[in-house]
Design a protein around this ligand. Structure first.
Ligand code: NAD
Length: 494
């Protein structure tokens, strides 16, 4: 990856050719489009097809026909594996192009996007391709006069809805296991970040995924997302996004066919620094990256820093230095460490959180402002707020921006109490050299993942999912495959 190649790609026209339905791009029923602005400079970037309920129906029908005739669902797992490995190779061959495409509509810094979006998608397709011909059914321990077989049957048509942050990484976490298991998929990307996933659809067809098996309908949540959630012919819904939309999906499932909904939602993750952490300087550096990279637009961001009282002031000073030291700027500049906030409304919401926190008595140690306004883009200075109390909005609610809420604690019991004092339960961090304490904290914190002496970072081998109002499903690892299968019993009299 070099700057000249990135610059050449940033100039390309990226207007997509509409939805991807039944193996081809199409304009959709109405031909309507909406304008996507680039967070880099606030300028128009591309026109995206504005899907309608009829487009969703067409895509779901194509997915159903493909599923029922077995062109993919009844293909040998080893044959599906071959196609998905080819797709991984094609994404790898186009990795920089795809990463730049994604950065232009979502604003993530290119160093992160290249690895966490493009290369992560490659790894994900390869992982589930390799896994799928190693999944066995079971023979039940029945009496001798019957044979009880437990098959893993693909569920049918999977509806997938993903957000604008890391659309390709998160999209791949759903598409790859769903396809590997033999399902058909209808995907709705976020209206403001569809480009990289449309490219994956094109590459999937090139790799040999049959027509109708993988479809993308772009457009608004309130139209396309609703229609998908209300469809009587979508068997399961896999979703990553906000709690409010998650709730709506459950309502719409109840209104339609009771489809199972797997929800990966938001977080307000505690990152807990004990005075006996093995290396406080390292803890400050990693904790700063754990909240500020990608402008804090990371579901597992360590957005609540809990610091033991005796090291509080020194640690806050150290992390504030890191906050001030990040180079925020054009996300397509390799030197930028933090890119843009995704949209103007997001940026304004982030600033409102800071204003409200100050009104509630918090102290702004640094940041809290829009910066680089001369670029026209949406950039925000990394922000550190101290004096944040349990009852404060900033303690309880997800900003999804570069705003760190800092709160002191006295001892282990108080740390666990504060850690668990929100409705969320996505991720957490604990920094301590005391192994027993580390285990007690892992057991005591209500979260899908607890990092110890690090923050963030995990590979495909481990599941990611939340508890509480952070969700109910898991992406990644072999566990993620479970939701894309129904267990089907054959009870055979001998
Ligand atoms: P969002 O819920 O607004 O949108 C997510 C997707 O849902 C988009 O594609 C949107 O168009 C669609 N949508 C919106 N309204 C809909 C409706 N009524 N019916 C169906 N679909 C609808 O969330 P967002 O702002 O795009 O994403 C940010 C949120 O996602 C944050 O809360 C973040 O924490 C969360 N997130 C969670 C994880 C995780 O793994 N748990 C990962 C990334 C992001």
């Amino acid at each position: 990856m070099d700057q000249a190649s990135i610059n050449a790609l940033r100039a390309l026209d990226v207007t997509p050719r509409g939805h991807f339905i039944n193996g081809a791009f199409c304009a959709g029923e109405t031909g309507a489009q909406h304008q996507v602005l680039s967070p880099i400079d606030g300028l128009p970037l591309a026109q995206i097809a504005e899907g309608s309920p009829a487009d969703v129906d067409t895509a779901v029908r194509a997915a159903r026909v493909a599923f029922e005739d077995g062109r993919w669902s009844r293909m040998a797992p080893a044959a599906r594996k071959k196609v998905l490995l080819k797709l991984g190779d094609l994404i790898e061959a186009h990795a920089l192009e795809i990463a730049v495409l994604g950065v232009r509509d979502n604003g993530t810094e290119i160093n992160m996007a290249y690895k966490a979006e493009a290369l992560s998608a490659v790894a994900t397709f390869r992982y589930y391709a390799e896994a799928i011909d190693k999944v066995y059914g079971q023979i039940a321990p029945t009496s001798q006069d019957v044979l009880g077989l437990v098959h893993h049957a693909p569920v049918g048509v999977v509806g997938a809805i993903v957000p604008w942050n890391f659309p390709l990484m998160i999209g791949s976490w759903k598409i790859a296991p769903a396809l590997a298991a033999g399902n058909s998929v209808v995907l709705k990307p976020a209206e403001s970040a569809s480009l990289s996933l449309l490219k994956i659809a094109e590459l999937a067809a090139e790799a040999g995924v049959p027509d109708g098996v993988f479809n993308v309908v772009t457009g608004r949540g309130a139209v396309v997302g609703e229609a998908l959630a209300l469809s009587m012919d979508v068997d399961i819904m896999v979703f990553t996004g906000s709690g409010a939309t998650g709730r709506r999906l459950l309502e719409n499932s109840a209104r339609s066919n009771l489809k199972r909904c797997y929800l990966e939602l938001g977080g307000k993750s505690p990152n807990i620094i004990f005075a006996d952490a093995p290396d406080l300087a390292e803890a400050a550096k990693i904790s700063a990256a754990g909240i500020f990279r990608n402008s804090g637009q990371v579901c597992v961001a360590g957005s609540r820093l809990l610091v033991q009282q005796e090291i509080f002031e020194d640690f806050v000073a150290e992390i504030t230095l890191h906050a001030d030291g990040f180079r925020v700027g054009d996300p397509l500049d390799l030197k930028s460490q933090i890119g843009a906030v995704h949209s103007l409304p997001e940026l304004e919401a982030n600033l409102d959180f800071v204003t409200q926190a100050e009104a509630e008595g918090a102290e702004r140690r640094t940041g809290g402002t829009r910066i680089l306004t001369e670029t026209g883009g949406y950039y925000m200075a990394p922000t550190v707020m101290t004096g944040v109390k349990q009852s404060d909005n900033l303690f309880q609610n997800e900003v999804f921006g570069p705003v760190l809420a800092v709160t002191p604690f006295k001892n282990e019991d108080e740390a666990i109490r504060l850690a668990n004092a929100t409705e969320y339960g996505l991720a957490a961090g604990v920094w301590t050299a005391n192994l027993s304490r580390a285990h007690r904290m892992v057991a005591g914190i209500r979260a899908g993942v607890v990092h110890v002496n690090t923050y963030g970072g995990a590979d495909l081998t481990v599941p990611l999912g939340g508890v509480g109002q952070s969700g109910n499903g898991h992406d990644k690892s072999l566990h993620a495959l479970d939701k894309y299968f129904d267990l089907k019993t054959a009870w055979i009299k001998i």
